[in-house]
Each structure stands twice: as structure tokens, then as C-alpha cells.
Design a protein around this ligand. Sequence first.
Ligand SMILES: NC(=O)c1ccc[n+]([C@@H]2O[C@H](COP(=O)([O-])OP(=O)(O)OC[C@H]3O[C@@H](n4cnc5c(N)ncnc54)[C@H](O)[C@@H]3O)[C@@H](O)[C@H]2O)c1
Ligand SMILES: [Zn+2]
Length: 680
Amino acid sequence: MTPQQHIIELTDRLNRYNYQYYQNSISEVDDYTFDQLLQELTKLEKQYPEYVRPDSPTARVGGTVSKEFASVYHRFPMLSLGNTYSEEDLIEFDNRVRKGLRDEPFEYICELKFDGVALSMTYENGLLVQGATRGDGVRGDDITNNIRTIRTIPLRVHDTSVPPLFEVRGEGFLPLAEFERINKERDDIGEPLLANPRNAASGTFKQQNSAAVAQRRLDCYLYSFLSEETIFQTHEDSLIAMKNWGFNVSPTWRKCADIREVMLYINEWDTKRFDLPLGTDGIVVKVNRYDQQRELGFTAKSPRWAIAFKYKAQAASTTLNGIQYQVGRTGAVTPVAMLTPVLLAGTVVKRASLHNANEIERLGVMMHDTVFVEKGGEIIPKITGVDLTKRTDASQPIRYPTECPACGTPLVRREKEAHFYCPNEKGCPPQRQARFEHFIQRRAMNIESLGEGKIELLIDRRLVLTPADLYDLTADQLLGIEKIFMDEAGKKRIVSFREKTVENILTAIERSKAQPFSNVLFALGIRYVGNTTAERVTDYFGSMDALMHAPFETLANVPDVGPRIAQSLADWFADADNRVYIERLQAAGLQLVTDRKEVVREGDALTDKTFLYTGTFVNFSREELEAKIAAHGGRLLSGISKKLNYLIIGENAGPSKIAKAEKLNVPMIGEDEFVAMMGE
Ligand SMILES: NC(=O)c1ccc[n+]([C@@H]2O[C@H](COP(=O)([O-])OP(=O)(O)OC[C@H]3O[C@@H](n4cnc5c(N)ncnc54)[C@H](O)[C@@H]3O)[C@@H](O)[C@H]2O)c1
Ligand SMILES: [Zn+2]
């Protein structure tokens, strides 16, 4: 390849990675590889400036704006950061700064480099008026409504000392625990898992539906303050002030007197960062004084007064001793690597995720190979490669099972899905057990006193076959059952049903009969039917009877449902065993209707019309307004979508609702118009 061809190839490749990363929230390669390639291109361009392409990724911020959102211009450009993985580069940076400041004394502020999405928030007279992404650095996407869903970003700053117009910047992120929770829920209802917290956060901020954004509890750490007039002398002062004004500033920053102290900070956070509630990929070093920052200035792409030091992903090598194939509630088979224990980022790792059969093939990994494990933004480490130099004759090809490891049923693979499934939904033991665990969880029937091995024992003793059997259990059957479990480490654990335990369990089972209909529907464990979907569906149909007999077209028309979930519901109710199951739950006294108040019809002027309201009203309380809509045949929706016919505007109406309605061209009416519409 000639240098020119090489430059062309690298430019195209990096531009494609950038597009996938910023536009589609997908990483085709890991960050380290990306950064190495970018460095290679930078070097080549320096050597052969005549071949530099105008669209070179070395000269611009990698993102773009998207068509789905309005674009906004940034008052101050939102740039990138120069980055490095080596201490030598850091010392070079320090030398450049010293030279730039002509040996004048200076200090650094070190911060963690939070791994999420750069956000900019503009405040006018103390009010949050705009939230935007970085985009191409000059223009970003206006995602104000999505940013408003972040609880830690104040909608109003009460302190009167803030300037009339200012901007704060920070990193929007998905906390690790939230990422794990979402993935657990997705796994539970058979949705594909989100790849990593950064890409998940970036994908979430790009969603059109703010209500869906609000359900993922995004957060944001602020790290920068900007305004026309200078009100702070140093970055340190601005961090302290932002904190005092109620912004979420991570307490992890530190002032460092020189580059040696910066190195200490880097070493200290190398492993400590894994204890933080979010993913981080390095640290950011900034010159503290603003006048010195101004003196140093910017390149086209990044400030000269700051640099990011990135940690290489923490990796270790160890041997792959076996693979456990776990069968989940929906029958999906997940391979988990069993490793020779190895120390990684401060914890001992014995297992690593292998995701699915495609991943095993992609890695080309064989049994007894020496493999690399890495800890990235996720809690469970993953296998990222094979050390081929250590491969011996002992390595054996991995034969992915063709039959369910638990029940022997031949596995199937559904179209376009990465997982193999055990189709023996009713008879497969781990599927059955997981179905019970799903049924008893708090968000479902809330019989959690049956957790921790107790369900296993009841299934073992054949006291229960389906969750409906729980409602026939008696104290006599339960008293005195006992089993000793051995855990992996060979530790004994005794599960026994003593008097008090039995009493608790039976009380919880009895109480579960009062759980609302939507919890019951969720508890059934129908594929793709999570909590929210269950609420939408039960709200819409009002009773199990109506739901069970609804044709596919009606199901698909329920707000937020769509054909995929509708098909899953239709298939489930078409199964005769499932209908018997429902009959038994009904006989046991579970709630199979919504406890909506009886609607007394007063008219039908609003028939087939959908409504949503915002604010408060003169003639009605919220409940009264809702009752009026129903009494005249109208329907209340839970969010603004194209399916909404009218948004009723009251006093102190929510600006984000109004903005959204404007955007979707949903007609807005006042209280008087609403009354007139009812014909009262
Ligand atoms: N894997 C891929 O395919 C792929 C593709 C494109 C980019 N990337 C990654 O993204 C990087 C480029 O992204 P970039 O231009 O946003 O640079 P960057 O992420 O390396 O640095 C700039 C960003 O750091 C963030 N940041 C976090 N904590 C901060 C703090 N305390 N102070 C200031 N900023 C902080 C801000 O969002 C800022 O925009 C690449 O170096 C690469 O690692 C990866
Ligand atoms: Zn099976």
C-alpha cells in the first residue's frame, strides 16, 4: 500500500467507526484500537501533508447532528480532548504547557474521565432552557426534553448569584447498577441485551420518547462552566460553585501541584475507579487558571490546556477450563466461561461472559486455551481474545451443544437471533424454576419469602408444577421439609420450612391475591411483556377476559405494543395449557380486572378520542377530569405520541409536554374548549 492509499484507507475506516459510534451507538472496534489507528493516521498526515483529506477525522470532532432532532449552535464550541495512554506523552504535555506559559507557575486539576455522552445545558435567568449533545462540536442535537428527565440536573437554579446566562457541561451516563438492572429485565423478558453502559446511554439520549428516556435513570456529572463574563479565576472555583448551586459534581477531582502529583492521582484511580458507580476510561488533566487556559488556547479539535490519560482496559490472561451452558427463563442458552482464578482490577475472576455461539466462533477460542479477560464498563468481565502463542495440543474445539444441557431437547435457533433456545418451555427444569422466580418477584406477585432455594425445594418435592399450584399449598404439606444445598465453594446451606417460615410464606401467597392485574399479567412471563407493557395492556383492555379474546390487530394497536409483542401475546393465549393456567389463577382469586372505578356513562361526545392533560384546572381536580373523559367515552393516554388527539392545557402546564405536542402537531385545547367538546 502506498502512503496515499494508506491515508485514504484509514480516513475512510475511522470515519465509518465514528459514524457507527456517534450516530448508531455501536463500537465496531474497542477504543484502544480506534485511538491507535487515529494516531497512525496523524503521523502519516504529518509526514505526507499533501495527501491529507478534507474529511480527515484528525481535524474534527467525530460526531454529527441527526435528522430526528432540531439542531442548535453552541455558543462556545464543544471540542474533543487530546488523549494518550502513556506517561511519556503526559510528561511531554507538561513540557508543552510549561513552555506555553513561559515557566510561569501553574497548577492542574485532575478529574476522572467519565464514560458517557457529552451534554451541554444552557440556563437563562436560572431556568434550564436548552440541553444539547456535542454533535460536530459546532452544532448539536436539541435534546432538552430528554435532559429534563435527569433528576440531578436542576430545572431551576435558585441561587441568585448565578449570571443571567450561562452554560454548564457534563457527561451524561447510565449508572452501572442501572445498566445491570435494565439488562436483567431485558433478559427476563427475552429482549437482546445492551452492549455496554456508554453505548446504552448514548442510544437512550437519542430516543424520541422522553417518557421512555425517563424510565432509564440516567445521571450526569458536571465538569465545566461557561459564561460571557469571567466570574471565576480558576476551574477549581467553578467546580466548587457548581456544587453549591446544586449541580452534580463528582467529588473525585483533585488539585495537583505538578505532573508528579498527577501521576499519583492516575495510579491511585487505576483500580479504585472500579468502585465508582459508573464506567470511567481514564482521567482528565486540566490547567487550573482560566487566564492560563486562554493563553494556551485550542487546536481545531481540542484545548491545549488539557489532556486525557486513558487507562488501557484491565486485562489478564488465564486458562479456559470449561463452559457452563445456562438456560434462562425464556429458554435462551448462555455460555459462561469457567476460568482458572485470576486477579483482575482488584478482584478475583473465575467466570467470564461468552454471550452466545457467534461470539465463541468470532473469538476462535478452544477449550484449554489461554485467553485474555478484560474488565470494561460492565460488571462481569468478558473474554476478548485468545493467546495463540500459548495454544498446545491440549486445546480442543468447543462443541456447542445441540441439545439442552438440562433436559436434552434439541436446541433451536430463531431467525435473526444470536441465541440458541430450548423449546421445551413447559418441561425444562431451569426454565420452570426461572418461571417461578419471575412469578414471585416483588414487581410481580411479591412472594419473595419463597426465594433463596425454597422454590427449588418445592419443585423438587413435586409440590408445585406451575405457579398456580402455589395457591393450593397447605401448612401440613410444607412443615418440616428440609434440604441441604452445597454451594460452589462446598459450603453447606440448609433450607428448611419451620413453623414461622411456613406462616410467612402462606401469608405472602394469600396477600399476593391482591396484587393488581398488571402485576399478574407481568408475572405470567410472556415473552417481551415487561412491567410497562403489562400496564399498558391491562389499562387498555381492563380485564383478562377482554385481553384473551382480543384479535391480533386489536393487540397490535395498543399504545406502545406493536406487532412483535402482539404476536407474543396472541401465541401465548392460543395455548390450551395456558388458558387452563389462567382459569386456575382466576379460581384462586387473583386480580384479573383493573380496579378502575365503574364508569357511569354521561354521553358519547368523546368516543374514539384520546386525551392527555397537563397542569391544573379551575373546574376539575385531576381525578374529576379523568372521570369526565371516561364518562363521555374518551380515553386517557399516558404519554404524548402521534396517537394522541388532544392535549388539554391547564395552569402551570409542563413546557416539555407542550413542546412535544407542538413537534408532533397534536392539537392543544384549553379547559373551556374541553367542556364545550363534552357538550355539557
Ligand atoms: N470504538 C469506536 O468505534 C470508537 C469510535 C469513535 C470514538 N471512539 C472513542 O471516543 C474517543 C473520541 O471521543 P471524543 O472526541 O469524545 O474524545 P474523548 O472521549 O476521548 O474526550 C472528550 C470527551 O471526554 C468527556 N469527558 C469525560 N469526563 C470529562 C471530564 N472530567 N472533563 C472533560 N471532559 C470529560 C467529554 O464528553 C468530552 O467530550 C476516541 O478516542 C475513542 O476512544 C471510539
Ligand atoms: Zn431444556
